[in-house]
Design a protein around this ligand. Structure first.
Ligand code: GP9
Ligand code: MN
Length: 626
């Protein structure tokens, strides 16, 4: 750079520096799986292609000052975009989407989580920005600011050709890359973060226009599908077993099934929940899957209340809170139930203040209803034990029958807990997240045990059924190494990853006496029809995609939101079919065919559900008339 007389084309310097940086971030800070050399190659090339495309535009800017300014600000903006995605990725193992940005309010509330997502060495991400600012401001005499016309045209042609080449390679390596919208990881891997964002913006605009153009003509096909595939079952044996009872639903934050009946450092993790597994009044579903996506807790609520799928991108609580729904609280309301949510967080988080009325909730006891201080809170807010204790005074005043949902909070990433609340030791691995998870899960287990006691003491217990459900995973695939160590497996295979999406479901019916462990393949989509059936409420006119978990005649699969699915025989993920019991890839042709055939049904079902939400189709249905 100091060689006298030689001038640097600054946009090329920017391309190289920014390209290298982007590549290093892709390679070492995101966990993008690379399966072959071609993928390695595409991942290496695409950062330079995008950087060249952006920075080469500068040669067309005539005034040198403006040209330099353009380079300075684009490299800064590009870096901020990478960094925002990185911080987001550390928490969600995912990339930012436009709908997610619009729910930016949530980010502020992350508080201590955000701090734990920022690392000292992140500052290195800004090195290239500093270099470009320095050269363009202090050493303008060393950089080229005037390019011949031929050079400009060449730069433009080359940048476009490189981009087309990149897209071509991407589509070759991953057919249908651009039509499978929910594969964000693939998109970033193959076309880069910036092109992914452009793609996301286009997609989002499309979604917006869908609402305007929907006219209900999609409904007959959807209704046919629901009638022929979903709502075919006879009443289950348990229909009406809890008629007229209160429903108390505990949404257990980040609780996964792998901790049930398991130990850490030789200590039992969830003694109370384990006792429920064997309890004669409790059904425990060991193959129950969460089906959430980016909307996490709110997605699990959405599934539970509507028996519709959440969206492949963004939180439906945010994007479609003004839609018409036929929510569980609304149906129960028509049967004389009072419905309420208890959750010690701001009512605007996940747009709950807007969404709950749309679902038919009568009241939301949010953070304002609780006494929260330094002593009784940690991480995300009020600890679970005082949360349940303080909720009792409200619960005791509710008119029966009621439907009350309690959303816990302490067992949330990054799983912080005061020493005095720790009953078991941390795990010891390279993942602090997994290490800390066990003591907070135990704390939640104890809080639920205390809640049962409070319910018994108040007399509500006998008149209620109590359902405990894990809302979604707590330990993401970022921690696979530590997880494989804990589970004593060589590695976490794609099959294992799907099986780790199991969350506990307990249905506790006091005095029932017939409880057992159920191995039925079920998921959050089944919650609404199951609860209604237990209460003896028919909802024949409804449109939904789950089944009563106790019915014999159920559809045979559970679809995860990313298109993976599970049946009693197969687990489909990563374009492969695995044997449900052994976890081996299925080789036999007829079995693979049968499994692959379901793939089409799953896609159709997810699309139908999305159509309902995007088009706000329930506004065209008169549920009473049908
Ligand atoms: C926020 C709580 C946590 O109110 O439900 O949400 P999550 O981060 O798990 O989706
Ligand atoms: Mn949650």
């Amino acid at each position: 750079m100091n060689i006298k007389g030689i001038k640097l084309p600054l946009y090329v310097v920017a391309t190289l520096l920014f390209g290298i940086k982007t590549y290093l971030v892709y390679r070492f800070l995101f966990t993008l799986e690379l399966e072959n050399t071609m993928q390695e190659f595409i991942l290496f090339v695409n950062p330079f292609v995008s950087a060249f495309l952006i920075f080469a535009i500068s040669v067309w800017i005539k005034r040198p000052e403006r040209q330099m300014k353009y380079l300075r600000y684009t490299i800064l903006l590009g870096t901020l975009i990478i960094y925002a995605n990185l911080v987001f990725y550390r928490s969600f193992s995912d990339f930012i989407t436009i709908p997610q940005l619009m729910q930016g309010g949530n980010m502020g509330d992350l508080g201590s989580s955000i701090l734990s997502l920022i690392k000292i060495y992140d500052i290195l991400l800004f090195v290239d920005v500093v270099v470009i600012w320095y050269l363009s401001k202090k050493h303008q005499e060393r950089v080229v600011t005037n390019y011949p016309r031929g050079g400009k045209v060449c730069a433009l042609a080359l940048s476009l050709a490189l981009m087309v080449g990149n897209f071509f390679l991407a589509e070759m390596e991953r057919p249908q890359l651009f039509t499978r919208a929910f594969d964000r990881e693939y998109l970033v891997k193959y076309i880069g973060l910036f092109n992914y964002h452009v793609y996301d913006i286009v997609l989002h605009s499309k979604v917006k226009s869908q609402h305007v153009f929907a006219d209900g003509s999609e409904l007959p096909a959807i209704e046919d599908y629901v009638d022929s595939v979903i709502a075919t079952g006879d009443k289950s044996e348990l229909f009406g077993v809890a008629e007229g009872k209160n429903v108390i639903l505990i949404s257990a934050e980040s609780l996964q099934s792998f901790v049930i009946n398991n130990t850490v450092n030789g200590q039992e993790i969830t003694p109370f929940l384990n006792s429920l597994v064997d309890d004669e009044d409790t059904y425990y579903f060991e193959n129950f899957y969460h089906q959430t996506e980016q909307g996490k807790t709110s997605d699990s609520e959405f599934l539970t209340e509507n028996s519709l799928y959440p969206l492949p991108r963004g939180a439906v609580f945010y994007t479609h809170s003004q839609n018409e729904y036929k929510g569980l609280p609304e149906i129960l309301g028509n049967e004389g139930y009072y419905s309420t949510v208890f959750h010690a967080n701001n009512d605007s988080f996940y747009n709950r203040d807007q969404m709950y009325p749309s679902l038919g909730y009568d009241y939301f006891y949010d953070v304002e209803a609780y006494e929260v201080n330094d002593n009784n809170s940690i991480g995300w807010g009020l600890k679970d034990k005082p949360f349940f204790e303080q909720s009792m005074k409200y619960l005791n005043t509710l008119e029966e029958p009621f439907y009350a949902k309690f959303i816990t909070l302490t067992n949330h990433f990054p799983f912080e807990l005061d020493e005095m609340d720790k009953s078991i030791d941390r795990y010891d691995s390279n993942s602090n997240t997994l290490n800390n998870y066990f003591p907070t899960v135990r704390y939640m287990d104890e809080s639920i045990e205390e809640f049962f006691q409070l319910l018994k003491d108040s007399g509500v217990y006998e008149d209620s059924i109590i359902i405990i459900m894990g809302d979604h995973y707590g330990i993401s695939s970022n921690h696979n190494k530590a997880m494989s160590m804990y589970l004593e497996k060589e590695e976490i295979t794609p099959y294992d990853h799907v099986q780790l999406q199991r969350v506990p479901l307990f249905i506790h019916i006091p005095g029932h006496g017939k409880g057992e462990v159920k191995s039925t393949i079920a998921g959050q989509i089944d919650m609404k029809p199951t609860i209604l059936s237990l209460l003896g409420i028919e909802h024949k006119n409804d449109i939904y995609f789950g089944n009563d978990m106790f019915a014999e005649d159920r559809k045979e699969y559970i679809a995860l939101r990313n298109g993976d699915f599970i049946t009693k025989d197969y687990v489909y993920t990563n374009d492969s079919c695995y044997d449900f019991s052994s976890g081996d890839i299925i080789e036999e042709e007829s079995a693979t065919k049968a499994c692959m055939a379901l793939n089409e049904t799953i896609k159709k079902e997810l699309n139908y559900s999305d159509d309902i939400i995007y088009g706000d189709l329930f506004r065209f249905v008169n549920f009473d008339d049908k």
